[in-house]
Design a protein around this ligand. Structure first.
Ligand SMILES: C[C@H](O)CC(=O)SCCNC(=O)CCNC(=O)[C@H](O)C(C)(C)COP(=O)(O)OP(=O)(O)OC[C@H]1O[C@@H](n2cnc3c(N)ncnc32)[C@H](O)[C@@H]1OP(=O)(O)O
Length: 689
């Protein structure tokens, strides 16, 4: 017998109010089983003589996290048949709930997201707790709201706010929802259902309005204004996300409903939703949703019954760019931190950097002055190890120097308690080497942050052969608590992200020295969706860093390292990237980059020194050729990282590419599926090398 995935229950109280509860842990997602059961429960409640009014709620303090996202994959691979377009929005929510002859009230605690909020919008009133999260985040998954949200939300909060909520995918809290008229009243979690019960009876007794959301028009702005707003929104979308179609589809669907009425809008929405579910964008973004949550599931580590230990205090060694960013990330998540430097002057600079990081959040309105003071009070400075007796974790972030790090780790072994986790933020040095002079190899681990560490979402957790699973579990937990996506990798040069990044710039140099146009490469790669092309990236990180990391790759992977002469030649002329205002681009005082005709001189010279000639084929590459020739070596390297066991699973590398390299998440699945096609192009690349 097929096991069902979630259900609803129906319970009728002595007051004649039926409570329909959505039950599908952990977030009460709306699987097809839940939706069918919801329809049955609603029809039963409407048909029963002992039921006067109905409250819809979710079990365990969560209304619903929306449509069951795992069903997208099943629809795409045809292992389930999707119901006909409009089955949920028209046949359940509009025709059963909204058109019901008894009042429906939604009692919302925890979260009402996506389809969850759409169920609530179909009810005749909504009561929520002050902290509940209400939103329509479907765009993040490559689709639009498909259970009526595109029509109902604008009718409750107006077009401008509805557009903002849907285009940004950001939820609002109960308090704001009340001020927007998205909910009708607030109640504490304890009083939520009783308040909703009373509200439903009040509607029946005509003491409160009986509102069918889809018929409301009073919040819709006049048509001329709506058209202006939609035009502005379309322009913004085209500018900010030129490769994405679904935000434009959303705007068309909203417009359709405003012009032709909600019922026509619901139909249009249902058809558009069905088309988008099949798109590569949706496949990719759904894959990324689960891949991101999968990074903390590590076989033989997270499935052996270990629980994370409580980390009460952390020490960060080094107050430079990385150390201060790491300290900022920790205090922002309420970890008391000791920031250690070698002397008072360096310490004050480090503390100053942390302060500046926090102040910039205050300036951007992301943080209150009160939170600023509180976060800063968690930071203590030190110039020795005296206060390290009670730290539970140390993160070393000093310069990349093996003997210095070895010394630090042996000092740490002496001063820190024996349970203390000893982490290094190194991006290039072998962790076994760092811990060589200690007897604590089981608690040595890599915590590789990306700069700026308090902003970038990825954390590479590097385990050695000896790192204990408990230490990995602890760092995974800290990673999640400081709002990073932790990805566990093995110990090797460059770990996952830098190993994948390396061929990205290598291929670009190889192509340019053989005739490809330098700025065309950056333009095409940016158009593809990367935050910047390989040459602009070299300028940003600076040639010093590029040469230092490049040296590691030459040492460790000599058979596949391309030694370009362009960078050393430019360095001789004191061009070292953005920091010197001259690299592959010239930079004005506002750091705006412009192509520099002088670059040709360095490329010609590099060709001459290396004895390389121009290949006419490479002077007229199409955009597609360029994208493939830059990225197929990246994919190849990712395959090696997986084959060597450095990454636990392929989806971890997808997340590393998206969060560490800025690879466009909406393209991941297409690239995974295309892999057989890349051989020909890789051969092309090999043929010219
Ligand atoms: C037709 C409709 O318009 C279309 C839709 O409704 S599309 C769905 C719209 N809803 C969403 O996008 C919400 C997606 N979920 C989230 O943002 C977050 O999971 C959340 C805010 C609900 C909870 O966050 P958090 O507490 O950090 O827990 P999180 O780890 O993300 O999720 C807990 C578990 O629930 C699962 N989950 C969350 N939302 C889910 C959903 N809508 N469907 C299926 N599973 C879901 C996660 O995969 C995770 O599973 P795991 O424990 O096996 O890894």
């Amino acid at each position: 017998m097929k096991s069902s995935k979630g259900r609803t229950t129906l319970e009728v109280g002595a007051d004649g109010v039926a409570i329909i509860t959505i039950i599908n842990p952990p977030v009460n997602s709306l699987s097809f089983d839940v939706l069918n059961s919801l329809k049955d429960s609603c029809e039963q409640a409407l048909g029963r003589d002992d039921v006067k009014a109905i409250v819809v709620t979710g079990a365990q303090g969560k209304f619903s996290g929306g449509f069951d996202i795992s069903a997208f994959g099943k629809i795409q691979d045809k292992s389930v048949t999707a119901p006909k377009p409009g089955f949920v929005s028209l046949e359940i929510l509009s025709d059963v709930l909204a058109a019901g002859k008894k009042p429906f009230v939604a009692a919302i605690d925890g979260l009402a997201l996506g389809g969850g909020l759409e169920v609530a919008l179909a009810c005749h009133a909504r009561i929520s707790t002050p902290n509940a999260q209400l939103g329509l985040p479907e765009l993040q998954l490559g689709v639009i709201p498909g259970f009526g949200g595109t029509q109902a939300l604008p009718r409750l909060v107006g077009i401008a706010k509805a557009l903002e909520m849907m285009l940004t995918s950001k939820p609002v809290k109960g308090e704001e929802a009340l001020s927007l008229c998205l909910v009708d009243a607030l109640a504490s979690p304890n009083e939520l259902v009783s308040t909703a019960r009373r509200w439903a009876l009040d509607i029946l007794e005509r003491k409160r309005p009986w509102v069918i959301t889809y018929y409301k028009t009073d919040k819709l702005e006049p048509l001329g204004e709506v058209r202006e707003m939609l035009k502005f929104a379309r322009d913004q979308v085209r500018k900010r996300a030129p490769n994405l179609k679904h935000p434009l589809v959303l705007i068309d669907v909203i417009e359709g409903g405003v012009i032709s009425g909600a019922r026509a809008g619901l139909l249009k929405e249902a058809e558009a939703f069905q088309g988008l579910v099949e798109s590569d964008t949706c496949r990719s973004l759904v894959h990324i949703f689960f891949a991101q949550r999968g990074t903390t599931k590590v076989p033989r580590v997270t499935d052996v019954g270990l629980k994370p230990r409580k980390i009460k205090k952390v020490a960060v060694l080094g107050g430079g760019l990385m150390g201060s960013g790491i300290a900022t990330a920790l205090i922002l998540s309420n970890y008391p931190v000791i920031l250690k430097e070698v002397n008072d002057m360096f310490l004050q600079s480090g503390i100053g950097r942390v302060k500046a990081n926090l102040q910039s959040r205050v300036k951007k309105g992301k943080m209150s002055q009160e939170k600023f003071e509180k976060a800063l009070s968690l930071l203590k400075g030190a110039v020795d190890y005296e206060n390290f007796r009670d730290v539970d974790m140390v993160i070393e972030a000093v310069i990349e120097n093996v003997s210095l790090k070895q010394q630090i780790f042996s000092d740490l072994e002496k001063f820190c308690p024996s349970h203390c986790i000893l982490a290094s933020n190194t991006s290039t040095i072998d962790l076994d080497l760092i811990g060589e002079k200690t007897r604590s190899q089981d608690r040595i681990i890599g915590a590789h942050f990306f700069s700026p560490a308090h902003v970038m979402p990825l954390l590479e957790i590097v385990r050695t052969q000896k790192t204990s699973p408990q230490v990995i579990i602890d760092l995974l937990d800290v990673g999640k608590k400081i709002k990073k996506t932790p990805v566990m990798v093995g110990n090797c040069t460059g770990f996952a992200v830098n190993r994948m990044f390396f061929p990205y710039t290598q291929a670009a140099f190889l192509l340019v020295e053989r005739g490809a146009a330098i700025y065309q490469i950056d333009r095409v790669i940016t158009k593809f969706g990367m935050p910047m092309g390989p040459f602009r990236l070299c300028d940003l990180v600076g040639f010093g860093v590029a040469i230092a990391t490049g040296g590691q790759f030459v040492l460790n992977f000599p058979e596949r390292t391309y030694k370009t002469m362009v960078i050393p030649l430019m360095q001789e002329d004191k061009r070292a990237g953005e920091s010197t205002r001259r690299g592959f681009y010239a930079y004005d005082e506002k750091r705006k980059a412009s192509p520099d005709p002088e670059i040709k001189k360095y490329i010609d010279k590099a060709r001459e020194i290396s004895g390389v000639t121009i290949d006419p084929k490479l002077t007229k590459l199409s955009d597609k050729d360029i994208v493939e020739m830059i990225f197929f070596p990246v994919v190849n390297e990712a395959c090696r990282v997986l084959a060597e066991g450095i990454a636990v699973k392929a989806s971890d590398l997808d997340i590393s590419a998206v969060m560490g390299m800025g690879f466009p998440p909406y393209r991941v699945q297409l690239w995974n599926r295309q892999s057989p096609a890349y051989k020909a192009n890789t051969d092309l690349l090999l043929a010219v090398s």
